[in-house]
Design a protein around this ligand. Sequence first.
Ligand SMILES: Nc1nc2c(ncn2[C@@H]2O[C@H](COP(=O)(O)OP(=O)(O)O)[C@@H](O)[C@H]2O)c(=O)[nH]1
Ligand SMILES: [Mg+2]
Length: 175
Amino acid sequence: MKDATNNLISQLRSGDPRALARSISTVENHSPGWVELLKQLFPHTGKARTIGLTGAPGAGKSTLVDQLAKHYREQKHSIGIIAVDPTSPYTGGAILGDRIRMQQHFSDPGIYIRSMATRGSLGGLARTTADVALVLDAGGRDLVLIETVGVGQDEIDIVRLADVTVVILVPGIAQ
Ligand SMILES: Nc1nc2c(ncn2[C@@H]2O[C@H](COP(=O)(O)OP(=O)(O)O)[C@@H](O)[C@H]2O)c(=O)[nH]1
Ligand SMILES: [Mg+2]
């Protein structure tokens, strides 16, 4: 187990997207060895900038994530995207236009997109979102963009998790 973990970490650190996917799954599903993996990854974290985007469904979060990703890729930054949003284009149950829009990124190894279900947890984040963000950070992603479910005013966990939080409001119904 120890050797396997060490192997996975060195692959992850070298930027291998498959190792990244496997590490995220291990942490997200609490598979055997996930605590040890996270522990060993922790010293490699702290370099990424985390940007959270929240707001009501349809407010334009995915559109902005898409544009930010494009912008930062032009500056040669590597990007991890976590979409914690049941209406997200990344989850598959999405509007066709959104899917087509995001597809331009799918072939770019500099962008890694992961969608997460909230699995009933409150606060707009999945229980394991923070851990997944750490894995992306340790994997060398310069920027981690987190799109969250738009929730009530007291459910703003993203503020604690992200370095910068962007709240997107629909014009005319600002609260
Ligand atoms: N007019 C206008 N439409 C937008 C803007 N941003 C997003 N949209 C549209 O609003 C709809 C929902 O956007 P989306 O990014 O999926 O919202 P999300 O549910 O918050 O992720 C889509 O049809 C977008 O094309 C904007 O700045 N102006
Ligand atoms: Mg969305």
